[in-house]
Design a protein around this ligand. Structure first.
Ligand SMILES: [Zn+2]
Ligand SMILES: [Zn+2]
Length: 245
């Protein structure tokens, strides 16, 4: 069993500690064939990547791909976009979508919502479900619907840490993702997908990626947590897109 790529790593362009080059060097040391640089989308008000920097990153990655051509690694430019509205709006536009290689999407706190109403639900009601369980079901379904609308509107490849940050109906997400050919992430830095949620998602036919979500070069390719959950959930390896035998 071998991990061939890490499709979720952060750099100093958001709040990671390493440069793109340092992440790439780390990926080579781990024997990976591909690495995606996916910093947080621009709506994250603390550490979202600045839109103009995405164009800089494109140039940097194109040069690094040439430089590392003979070292057996391919570097992809991505973004870990944020859901910013319940109509499924995300925080990257076509200018960005047209130049990136891979689009990741997830829920995060600390983003600038599309409207005050969207913000109220996402960033006030979601944390409140912990103390007011009465709203949990309603909020879960609302979050789920927004994410499904988003994957139907944008060319999303992977939904990051589904169920972390915002509660989701994993069965509904799995079915919708399967229909669109979108994968769910087993994130090694977050508890989701959990073993239980992997089992639920497996029944929908959806495929998975296991990623590090590294915020330091040392963590690139570190997927032990995720791989342990894959094993515990009994997920067949052929359903994990970045693992081969
Ligand atoms: Zn994330
Ligand atoms: Zn991340």
């Amino acid at each position: 069993m071998r991990v061939i790529g890490d499709y979720h790593t952060h750099t100093t362009y958001s709040h990671g500690k390493g440069t793109i080059r340092e992440n790439v060097e780390a990926a080579i040391k781990k024997g990976l064939k591909e690495i995606a640089i996916c910093d947080h989308g621009p709506a994250h008000y603390l550490y979202g990547v600045k839109k103009e920097n995405i164009f800089k990153m494109r140039e940097e990655i194109d040069l690094l791909n040439k430089e590392y051509e003979n070292q057996g690694i391919r570097i992809l430019l991505g973004v870990e976009a944020n859901v910013i509205g319940y109509d499924g709006t995300i925080d990257v536009d076509d200018d960005i979508i047209n130049i990136i290689d891979i689009l990741l999407l997830g829920y995060h706190y600390g983003i600038t919502p599309k409207s005050i109403k969207d913000g109220l639900f996402m960033y006030l009601m979601n944390p409140l479900t912990k103390v007011l369980p009465i709203y949990k079901r309603k909020i879960t379904e609302k979050n789920t619907e927004a994410l499904i609308k988003a994957i139907n509107r944008y060319p999303v490849k992977i939904i990051t840490h589904p169920g972390s940050k915002a509660k989701l109906n994993i069965e509904r997400i799995g079915k919708a993702a399967f229909e669109k050919g979108v994968a769910l992430e087993i994130n090694s830095s977050h508890s989701q997908l959990s073993i239980e949620n992997i089992k639920i998602a497996l029944k929908t036919g959806v495929e998975f990626y296991v990623n590090s979500d590294a915020h330091t070069p040392e963590d690139v390719g570190n997927m032990e947590e995720g791989i342990n959950r894959i094993k515990e959930a009994g997920a067949p390896i052929n359903r994990i897109k970045n693992i081969i035998y």
